[in-house]
Design a protein around this ligand. Structure first.
Ligand SMILES: Nc1ncnc2c1ncn2[C@@H]1O[C@H](COP(=O)(O)OP(=O)(O)OP(=O)(O)O)[C@@H](O)[C@H]1O
Ligand SMILES: [Mg+2]
Length: 212
């Protein structure tokens, strides 16, 4: 990745030797996650989120779960978006690159022009009712759609204004269903949280400082 400056260049360096297809232009860093760094980019004349996975995390998914993290995330994203009730709260999945090893492993998704849930709550003095109402739909319909353990951590929720209302959008789909707190380590770690438990935490953490 060449021609980047400041924060985006430093972030790219964290990923090591990043190679991208020629038709992707990176604009800036959008956010840091534990599994990926996400950049705002242009792909086929569309503004997109380019999620480039940390190589060590991609390797862990391969060896531990026999999964390609990018392909897995795109398929979970599709499963979520295919559901009529969940569609309005989903980022559009677009493309995976790098499963051939020629370029870095990445997932391209619709770029959400939104605010982080906890930042919005800080300013509004709480989580808007429309967001909590949508959260309940996401929790229930997600479970019905075969996604009972979505990673609905409040830091993974972006909120955007649509038709005069604040609407949450779910964009992070790489949590492997059925293994949170599982395995031997799971004996000592927190039990799996259901979608509804995660949504109930939205209000509790709202306005907390700290990025992720
Ligand atoms: N589609 C998107 N549109 C806009 N910003 C995004 C998008 N996807 C991710 N981001 C930003 O990038 C950050 C990191 O992305 P994401 O949460 O998907 O990474 P992750 O490594 O899977 O996260 P985690 O640490 O929760 O596993 C997000 O918190 C958000 O700020
Ligand atoms: Mg995240």
């Amino acid at each position: 990745m060449q021609g980047l400056q400041g924060e985006a260049a430093a972030a790219a360096a964290e990923l090591g030797d990043v190679r991208l297809p020629d038709d992707i232009q990176v604009i800036e860093l959008a956010g840091r996650g534990s599994r990926a760094l996400t950049f705002k980019a242009v792909y086929q004349a569309e503004l997109v989120a380019l999620k480039i996975y940390r190589p060590e995390v991609a390797e862990r998914y391969r060896s531990k779960h026999d999964l390609n993290i990018a392909v897995y995330e795109m398929s979970q994203n599709r499963k979520f978006r295919r559901n009529d009730e969940l569609f309005p709260f989903s980022a559009k999945p677009i493309m995976v690159h790098g499963h051939d090893g020629q370029v870095s492993l990445s997932f391209i998704q619709e770029f959400i022009e939104g605010r982080k849930l906890h930042r919005l709550a800080e300013e509004e003095g709480g989580v808007p009712f429309s967001v909590l109402e949508a959260g309940e739909i996401i929790a229930r319909a997600g479970t019905e759609a075969g996604l009972p353990e979505l990673d609905l951590d409040y830091r993974n929720v972006l909120v955007r204004r649509m038709a005069g209302k604040w609407i949450p959008v779910i964009h992070d789909f790489n949590h492997v269903q059925g293994v949170r707190g599982g395995g031997l380590g799971g004996l000592f770690s927190a039990k799996a949280k259901t979608n509804l438990q995660m949504v109930k935490e939205w209000s509790r953490h709202a306005g907390e400082p700290g990025e992720r």
